[in-house]
Design a protein around this ligand. Structure first.
Ligand SMILES: Cc1cc2nc3c(=O)[nH]c(=O)nc-3n(C[C@H](O)[C@H](O)[C@H](O)COP(=O)(O)O)c2cc1C
Length: 335
């Protein structure tokens, strides 16, 4: 059975497969890319890949769902950019919790120019772990990033000076807890010594610990990225949070992370997630206190203007499309 749109258009299955491929640009914790897409005749399904879950660091699957949520948002935007509207069902099957989302009922609409710009941003977005420059982040840009996050149904709080100081102490404590846990160290060592399209290569990791207000993640080994002259004084810290703390909230938080990060990229703002503080249960609880009981923390972000004079890190590698997008249900060739 064919589900093709008008003759001049490509089949909907091509659009779904291409959106899933574009979603491969999404950020993920330790570049685990813990997702797999299945293209169906008129739907696209997103599943977690448990083998790429951080079993020791992320046993509950918070960062797994956040990462997959980022990929889901990328796919949604890619479809909108190509002129497709879909309905999104999150966690559609209570009996199958590895199925995170199903995109159904694709219908032709006008291509969305804003989504087209965001698809371009997907191709340039990357994590730059160097200290940020002394140039302040424009207030208007912070407003736009906040709006992009909030539009995904997730709360966004910019932290004041006192909160940043408390965050710094909390991040330092989380780093100590994680560095003292042999299982976490082993997991980090695994994901920082991979080849084959996942994990973090040395080129994207700082060659020495960057001097940041809030300690960045200690990857346990030096990389080869020069940290440059930035002082990080102008960095802004923010928190993604919400009313509940369940897997569908983490998925939404991932969508919001993607929306905020793509908006930041469009505005020339560098964004780095800091997840150590939410990985350690005790420090996640401290963050809750920092929010004064307003909600549950999902992720901390550092925002700033990257040093424009020195080259930043290269792109982090990705898995081949064939490893993350299954088109076997719609393939017409028998090859
Ligand atoms: C949920 C989540 C948590 C992350 N936590 C951290 C972190 O604590 N420290 C860090 O330097 N990068 C963190 N990252 C960034 C990833 O390492 C990065 O997205 C991945 O390596 C792919 O690289 P790219 O963003 O340059 O494409 C996180 C990303 C996600 C989605």
């Amino acid at each position: 059975m064919s589900h093709e749109s008008p003759a001049t258009d490509r089949p909907v299955t091509t659009a779904l497969a291409e959106a899933a491929a574009t979603a491969g640009h999404a950020p993920s914790v330790h570049n685990t890319q813990p997702w797999r897409w299945t293209v169906l005749p008129d739907a696209l399904e997103l599943r977690v890949v448990r083998e790429r879950q951080l079993a020791a660091t992320d046993p509950e699957g918070r960062l797994l769902a956040l990462s997959c949520g980022a990929a889901l948002h990328h796919a949604r935007v890619a479809l909108a950019a190509e002129g497709w509207r879909v309905a999104v069902e999150r966690m559609p099957d209570p009996a199958d919790t590895d199925l995170l989302a199903r995109l159904t009922g694709p219908r032709r609409i006008a291509a969305d120019p804003e989504a087209m710009r965001l698809v371009q941003c997907m191709q340039v977005r990357h994590t730059d772990r160097r200290p940020v420059s002394d140039e302040p982040v424009p207030t208007a840009a912070l407003g736009e990033i906040t709006s992009a996050v909030v539009a995904e149904g997730v709360q966004f709080q910019l932290l004041n000076r006192d909160q940043v100081m408390e965050l710094a102490a909390t991040a330092s404590h989380a780093a100590t807890v994680e560095s003292e846990d042999p299982q976490l160290r082993e997991e980090l060592a695994y994901w920082t010594s991979r080849s084959g399209g996942t994990g973090l290569p040395p080129e994207v990791l700082p060659e020495s610990a960057p001097q940041t207000t809030v300690p960045a993640r200690d990857f346990g080994r030096p990389g080869s990225l020069p940290v440059g002259p930035g002082h990080d004084q102008a960095a802004v810290y923010a928190m993604l949070y919400g009313d509940e703390d369940e897997p569908d909230n983490w998925l939404r938080a991932g969508e919001a992370l993607s929306a905020g990060w793509l908006a930041a990229t469009r505005l020339g703002v560098s964004l780095v997630p800091l997840s150590g503080v939410v990985e350690v249960p005790g420090t996640r609880q401290t963050l809750r206190g920092l929010l004064a009981g307003l909600g549950f923390p999902y992720l901390v972000l550092r925002l700033g203007i990257a040093d424009p004079a020195h080259a930043g890190p290269p792109h982090t590698p990705r898995l081949d499309v064939a490893q993350v997008v299954d088109t076997s249900a719609v393939r017409t060739d028998r090859g």
